[in-house]
Design a protein around this ligand. Structure first.
Ligand SMILES: [Zn+2]
Ligand SMILES: [Zn+2]
Length: 343
């Protein structure tokens, strides 16, 4: 239902590569939904799914799945959330509660879950609607700008590390020191692992050390599998860089029972000799972001342990420039859009 006459600013994708500033009519939240006054929204590489039409998109569509703000209206049948509460919305738009995956407690793989900014409008806007079942609580001591990147880049890497079999003291490698990787290295160090950062070239080595890495491997100069074996073999390799070949190389660096977790989406295959998997019981798996409870834990842990994304902020109206800069690989390391209304 439209609230008569009221509008808000949003940036929407109107076709492949096209973003425009527009005004949209304010609507009331539907059953199971809340309406959020958005204060900040991170720009994520997966926004390309919407802007470039990598997923089937019904344009116009507002991208953005790292949104933080305050609830300003609550729909029917919403319990546990109230007006004024600070919340975040990530990529997963909220689980249904009744499908087989939900009934088994696997909320990430809910069969009736939409993706934020893909099947419904996301956070490049002053206002958005969200399913209450997907909301994440934001700690008071994190600003909206600081919290935003943690809802996708943070949750994805934190969840992969936290749900892995690696234990304190184990060797854990992070491949790629970009938007996801610079958070993954900080989480891994603060979770008590021996941390190896793997990047291309030696320029990132001092930065990786500052983030908390104990070791640095230059993938352009070294065979990363052999280099990890020289350190004793990894219990876990988190591949934040996209591309199947780097994951294939990482398998060679695993110790017994070691696991490669791939987080970067790409269509290239991951190749492994079956002997590399069966001797030592090694495995490769993918992980898609994380569930809302792990989202709450990501934000709390980040606040407690002092994990921060390096961000650059831009006002909402500069979203096309922010998106282009991110797509050109020039973001250091996350761009956050601000709506100028933080409270
Ligand atoms: Zn994302
Ligand atoms: Zn479900």
């Amino acid at each position: 239902m439209t609230v008569s006459g009221a509008t808000y600013r949003a940036v929407q994708a109107t076709g492949p590569g096209m973003l425009e500033l527009t005004r949209k009519p304010l609507v009331e939240p539907g059953p199971g939904q809340v309406r959020i006054r958005v204060e900040a929204c991170g720009v994520c590489h997966s926004d390309a799914a919407t802007v470039e039409g990598q997923f089937p998109i019904a344009w116009p569509r507002v991208p953005g799945h790292e949104a933080v703000g305050r609830i300003d209206a609550v729909g029917m049948n919403v319990a546990g959330w109230s007006v004024g509460q600070r919340v975040g919305v990530g990529f997963l738009g909220g689980s249904c509660g009744y499908c087989l995956s939900c009934r088994g407690g696997d909320l990430v793989n809910c069969r009736n879950q939409e993706f934020t900014g893909i099947q419904h409008d996301g956070g490049y806007a002053e206002i958005m609607l969200a399913r209450a079942s997907g909301l994440v609580a934001i700690p008071d001591d994190l600003s909206a700008e600081a919290a935003a990147p943690l809802l996708c880049a943070g949750l994805t890497t934190f969840s992969a590390l936290r749900n892995s079999p690696a234990k304190a003291g184990d060797l854990v490698a992070i491949v790629g020191i970009g938007g996801l990787g610079h958070l993954a290295v900080q989480y891994a160090r603060r979770m008590g692992f021996e941390v190896v950062a793997i990047g291309r070239g030696d320029k990132a080595a001092p930065f990786a050390a500052k983030l908390g890495a104990h070791h640095y491997i230059d993938s352009a100069a070294h065979d990363i599998g052999a280099a990890m074996q020289a350190l004793g073999g990894a219990s876990l390799v988190v591949v934040t860089a996209s591309g199947g070949d780097v994951a294939s190389l990482a398998i060679k660096g695993l110790g017994p029972r070691g696991r490669v977790i791939v987080l970067g989406a790409s269509s290239d295959p991951v190749q492994a000799a079956t002997t590399d998997l069966l001797f030592g019981g090694r495995s490769v798996e993918g992980a898609l972001t994380g569930d809302p409870a792990t989202g709450d834990a990501t934000l709390r842990f980040s606040s407690l342990a002092g994990v921060e994304a390096m961000i650059e902020t831009m006002p909402l109206e500069r979203a096309p420039e922010a998106y282009a800069k991110m797509m050109a690989g020039q973001a250091r390391f996350r761009i956050v859009l601000t709506m100028g209304n933080a409270s």
